[in-house]
Design a protein around this ligand. Sequence first.
Ligand SMILES: [Zn+2]
Length: 385
Amino acid sequence: MAAAGRPEEVRVPPDGVVYEAGNRTVMPGLIDSHVHITGSGEASWMETIKYTIPYTTLRAAVNARTALEAGITSIRDAGASWGIDVGLKRAINEGLVPGPRMVVSGPGLSITGGHGDPANGWPPEVIFRAREMSVVDSPDEARRAARTHLRDGADCIKLLATGGVLSEGDLPTSRGLTVEEMRAAIEEAHNLGKKTLAHAQGSTGIKNAILAGIDSIEHGCYLTEEIIEMMLARGVFLVPTLSAVHHIVERGAEAGIPPYAVEKARRMQEDHWRSFRMALEAGVKIAMGTDAATPFNYHGANALELELMVKAGMTPMQALVAATSRGAELLGLEAGLLEPGRLADLLVVDGNPLEDITCLQHKDRILLVMKDGVVQVNRGLTPAP
Ligand SMILES: [Zn+2]
């Protein structure tokens, strides 16, 4: 972005195109710091059992386009199978397919039987899925897996520090990787100047991840005063992903979500929101993330997370910051603000998100999506003559 300001402050180059946006809102493009582009919001992951690699890849490309069309100009993929995230990022960067700017993590690292071990819930014969995550059971294995993913194109390393909602054989409060296992992987990422993120729901696993040197806590459902202090002291981000739990609780087992997952989500939701409020009040850095791909949590519907964060205690401005400049800071992108030197990622919105945060949820009100200075979507804004 060369310049930003009011019309009288900005000099338009002679060959520049001028869009008259009237009294619409011009704002930075949205950044979703936690999605899974290879998943599409299926009620149960069992629905994906017959998805082949080519089919999953094509679906991922459609998901990326859908997100971009909804005003999401950058995403961080928090765990994907078969290198699809790395390949899709390349295709988007080369202009082969439309999509948001991607920061990718490759497959997440999990313990045997943990959240992310494909054999936790999948029939043992479905070994086809085995490359989805990296199963590691020692610091050396974690180090090797991290090095491999970094070599293969990961921009960050995802670690599974606790059990989760959608994995059948563990609990959100179960510990996942040990401190030593995470520390080994984190060392390798930091050695290359890359960041790390931890799926961490229960207190023990969250603490382990922080002690190991993690950069962001994803979900963070059972925070304590002690944990908040640790996060503040070390500048650790929280990516709350309220949407993930919200959709599972709202839709329930009637919609085809595995009953064990619904049960775990229902038990967790109150603590999840309480933890979010604690972090917000204490001043922990919060970046917006949806966990898009979890049941009924669709790519392109990401902006619901802002409404949930406002319901949980943020002002609309705080939610917008979490979804723009804070996300950019976490992802290491020169985006998220309308100022010279930043990437020209911006939206023209029909409405004022500061007055009504839900206006961002309506695709037809996202009139223009620009990514790195190039118009990606234009719903009716005509260049001035
Ligand atoms: Zn996730």
